[in-house]
Ligand binder design. Structure first.
Ligand SMILES: [Zn+2]
Length: 393
């Protein structure tokens, strides 16, 4: 961004910095904010006054003082509004009503019966309506809705391509804004998950994060220097179609040996055919069932998860060598099998990633569990709302 000396812009930037500092590090006194931002006390006082008037910041009881009058402490007011996060899957819709701090107030969901856009809109409405009825009284009310989709979306909220839903060019944002009468943010499900983990989960305080979402497919949300990286046209993160076997299994994308065919739930179908670890056909095809088999020591399920862990580790190694992240977070439905996937995944990364890349690398599973994307989607709407009072940095 080109920063000019325009006074209004400078003020907006400063206000953004003050709000972000209070939101992430509060409670803080005005003096603390001044010290942490480098802004002078008069500027901090003026901007804080505006934020208090907008109810985005509140004052709480006196803090510590080194002598003299005790200062009032400033806190971000998470109850100043609410947001709705939606995760659109291939078989279901999940939704949650949250406050501005990502705290869940109410959850709901609906099973999809078909994937044509009209049927899906109906199910989204069914999942979201009870949440809208439950929006609590607050200064800003419902600030917006965010939705994570299993495919690529552009900046104007059009789902360009969602192969597992059979969607191409579906204008989800316009449709949902007309339906709910509030601003809507549309993003890829892995980007929503990355935002959720970065804001409230395993990625807090991490500036270079790769979030890998593993379920019926694989995708990644990449946060580079604190910003979600979306690529030139918004299609970045389709890492599930990175080739890990040059002449491997044929993928629906037209390529061969794509990562997701080996390291997501899509590997189940192949495991029966190719008999994982030489232990014969799989007894089931869903993660909850296979996890039960693994727990009871079923050799086929254990061999399958060991192999999926190894394959996850190979793809993660490619991302680590290519992007040099501080942290990799693995989330999505497949993480229910974490206990059996993790050892092989970590072993593979330890064996294969370049030594300097590996040295300070942290690898973990999502802290928000299956809620990363829904909480992250709600946060995308909050972030857009705050963007109207601040500029995002
Ligand atoms: Zn592919």
């Amino acid at each position: 961004m080109r920063v000019t000396g325009d006074q209004a812009l400078v003020k907006k930037l400063n206000k953004s910095i003050v709000l972000d500092t209070i939101r992430r590090q509060g409670p803080l006194s005005r003096t603390d904010v001044s010290e942490r931002t480098g802004l002078n006390k008069a500027t901090v006082s003026n901007l804080t006054f505006e934020l208090l008037e907008q109810s985005l910041v509140e004052e709480t009881g006196p803090g510590e003082s080194s002598g003299g009058r005790k200062p009032l402490m400033l806190l971000f007011n998470g109850a100043a509004g609410s947001s709705v996060g939606i995760e659109l899957g291939v078989t279901s819709v999940k939704a949650a009503l949250t406050d501005l701090r990502g705290r869940i107030l109410l959850e709901s969901g609906a099973a999809l019966e078909g994937t044509d856009p009209e049927a899906v809109f109906g199910k989204i409405r069914e999942a979201v309506r009870p949440l809208l009825d439950a929006v609590p009284e607050s200064p800003h009310g419902l600030v917006g809705l965010g939705i994570g989709v299993p495919g690529m979306a552009d900046d104007s909220g059009v789902v360009l391509y969602a192969p597992n839903l059979g969607w191409e060019g579906v204008d989800l944002k316009t449709r949902l804004e007309a339906e709910f009468g509030a601003p809507v943010v549309v993003d890829n499900e892995a980007n929503a998950g990355a935002a959720g983990e970065r804001e409230y989960g395993a990625g807090r305080h991490v500036r270079h994060l790769v979030y890998v979402s593993a379920g019926m497919g694989l995708g990644s949300g990449m946060i580079i220097d604190g910003q979600l990286y979306k690529g030139a046209w918004g299609y970045a993160g389709e890492t599930g179609h990175m080739s890990i076997e040059s002449d491997g299994r044929l993928c629906s994308c037209g390529s061969r040996g794509c990562w997701e065919l080996y390291a997501s739930e899509r590997a189940y179908a192949y495991a029966s055919e190719e008999s994982a670890g030489g232990s014969g056909a799989l007894p089931a095809q869903t993660t909850p069932e296979l996890v039960e088999y693994a727990r009871s020591g079923h050799a086929g399920a254990l061999a399958l998860y060991d192999e999926i862990g190894r394959r996850l580790g190979i793809g993660v190694t490619n991302l680590v060598n290519g992007f040099n992240p501080e942290k990799i977070v693995v989330g999505g439905p497949l993480t229910e099998a974490k206990e059996w996937i993790e050892p092989a995944m970590l072993r593979t990364i330890a064996e294969r990633a370049l030594p300097y890349h590996r040295r300070e690398l942290a690898v973990s599973f999502s802290e928000l569990g299956s809620r990363s994307a829904v909480i992250g989607a709600a946060h995308l709407a909050v972030s857009q709302f705050l963007g109207r009072v601040r500029v995002s940095l």
